[in-house]
Ligand binder design. Sequence first.
Ligand code: SAH
Ligand code: SF4
Ligand code: F3S
Length: 442
Amino acid sequence: MNEDIKLTYHVTTFGCQMNAHDSEKLRGVLEAEGYVETDSERADIVIYNTCTIRENADQKIYGRLGRLNNYKKSNPDMIIGLCGCMMQQKEVAEKIKNSYPFVDLVFGTHNISDFKNLLNRVTESRKRVFEFGSEDNSDLYEGLPTKRKYSFKSGVNIMYGCNNFCTYCIVPYVRGREYSRLPNDILEEVKRLADDGVIEIMLLGQNVNSYGKTLDEPVSFAKLLSDVCRVPGIERVRFMTSHPKDLSDELIDVMAGEEKVCRHLHLPVQSGSTAILKKMNRIYTKESYLALEEKIRSRIPDMALTTDIIVGFPGETDADFEETIDVCRKVEYDSAFTFIYSPRTGTPAAKMPDKVPDEVCHERFDRLLKLVQDKAAIRAKLIEGATLPVLIEDKNREEGLVTGRLSNNSTVHLPGDESLIGQIVDVNLKECRGFYYFGEMV
Ligand code: SAH
Ligand code: SF4
Ligand code: F3S
């Protein structure tokens, strides 16, 4: 065999932006070890970075594992690895151990910093490796190599884990306790990224508003955000996710005053019913949420507001659901992710009485989706004809077109070539086509 032929790898990400960013660290390690990335899952090493937020996320992984097994039949040396949130559940790891013998490596959300060693253990011993570290290792994340998907933008973790324990949510159990990185470590990372050509930063945490509260020298998220805007070379700053319970006036001031902070706020409401919000342990009420939304929209009128909504939480009555509809009518979200409640083993809501029947969930879901889409279309139309800066991100599938994003996160397609990728250009939004725009550079 030719020694120069390099082994290939592929990392497939499921789930949220945190997982996507963790995958960039996995890729960084694989590259440093000399493996070469390929687009296909017919690679020598395939890693699935899994999500378990809803039941169908788990089903998707089990479904796709069969396909990987087939690939392995034609490449018996192939290494199949699983990591991420789904693997943090003991019963899942057991099931993989017993029923999926072709999986070589399984590790948890606290083992990313140890990925290189785990992989070497598998390649050297050809034995199966199952490893689940404790969350005390979290600070070992510092300084890991990463391979970014885009040269010009990057996620940056500002905190790990979650302490909120919303009663439906598995994240606090699979990601562990909330832990904020030191502001200097974050700023150093942003500076390094800027030196490497990054112009857009996405600050990542399950609830960025609680950033820094438990540090020895507490720092607010608003302060961190404005410091990140000061880093030379950084043009745009986004963040995800903001919990409505503790979004401060200081943060609204920074968002309003800093041009570099993108005009997009993801503010998950989950339900419009105060009674359901209480059962969800969300801490805010319908009224306090609406008051917050009004405060933000009146201070920053061009701020796009997006949200997450769960339909069919245990005990949700028709009247509760009408409250959710009412919030969506009033707020007119620029876009909304809507989900049917999915019970997660080990969470308090999974044991709550009064499950909502499937047909009712689906009826409510369809009605809600129609409303949020209608409202989003009205909002999108408002800036048709305007000229706004667009960060060009990709070639379009259609020849001669490129695709980029507005500060408010909307997608714009326009004539242009690859040389524009990574640049911010002024674009006239000639036509609003539902949820995206067709524009032209001016
Ligand atoms: N930290 C973020 C949410 C992360 S999970 C926040 O607090 O907003 C992303 C979304 O998945 C949640 O906002 C919620 O709408 C949805 N979700 C979480 N658990 C769910 C479940 N058990 N069933 C259905 N949707 C769920
Ligand atoms: Fe889940 Fe709530 Fe934490 Fe978000 S804030 S990750 S919904 S527990
Ligand atoms: Fe999924 Fe884990 Fe994110 S459960 S949504 S990948 S934190």
